[in-house]
Design a protein around this ligand. Sequence first.
Ligand SMILES: [Zn+2]
Length: 312
Amino acid sequence: MEIKKQKYVIGVDIGGTHIRIGAVTHENNLFYYFKKKVVDVINVHEPIESLIRFLEEYIQEHMGIKQVMAIGMGFPSVISKDKKSIHSTPNLECLSNTNIVDDLQHYFKIPIFIEKDVNYLLQYELSKRTISEEDIVLGFYIGTGFGNSIYLNQNFLRGKNGAAGELGHIPVMGDESSCQCGNSGCIEVHASGKALVSLYQQYFSDVPFEQIFVKYSEDKRIRDFIRTLSIPIATEINIFDPNIVILGGGVLGMVDFPKKQLEESIFHYTRKPWPANGLTIEYAEDTDAAGILGAARSIYGRLYLNKGNLVC
Ligand SMILES: [Zn+2]
């Protein structure tokens, strides 16, 4: 008797620093997870080819292409509205302006999906909650950069070009610091993991980076950093009056990150009485696999949209 082999959706979460990969079953079980440094996977001189090699080796080693239903990849990028191309990736410049979907689909002959990484992260959080049709959920992810995902009308807000929610690039009055996006004065220059690393290198390098909040969370420069994080968050809360705010990302997952100060500062800058009153702030689950599981949940939902029949 032939044993029916397990089918998977492969999720890939490409952040500014790490690339995470895993194979997820329809029952949401994760297999063959691991992470690597992006620089050890993506060759800047041939980014698509090196990504294909990485995926090919992963698939060959663990399950074979026949067991893979689709691949979903989240990028820290502006994704074109047709979801085929990466328009702009300030933290991963070599992938900017590439039509990654056609190239990978041509090679692997299976459906390929790409998405803004934080949309997959928020998808994972949504899948754990009961969300009603009218709910607005905002996700803020402070990692290498400042990621933002906006969920309303039962979908992610994309905008005319796919560039909605570029909250890290709102301008700061009177600031001319240059940002990797090409503009100057973007708040991400001051409100991101990169900004924290810069502070660390200038003032706090007597402790390991991971311990910066343990020793220095009361230092004025760190308190100012936390306050700066709250400004774009409160700005967007004032625009959308959301049902739930979800905060996450590597910086917030660091030891002794001052969550209470951040929440108080968000409340301070949010308009009274509403949307400040009863504002619901929750934290994203601190798991490396959220982007992978969110990608799989999103893709299984699309593959089985048609009353349980596979559509792709
Ligand atoms: Zn910018």
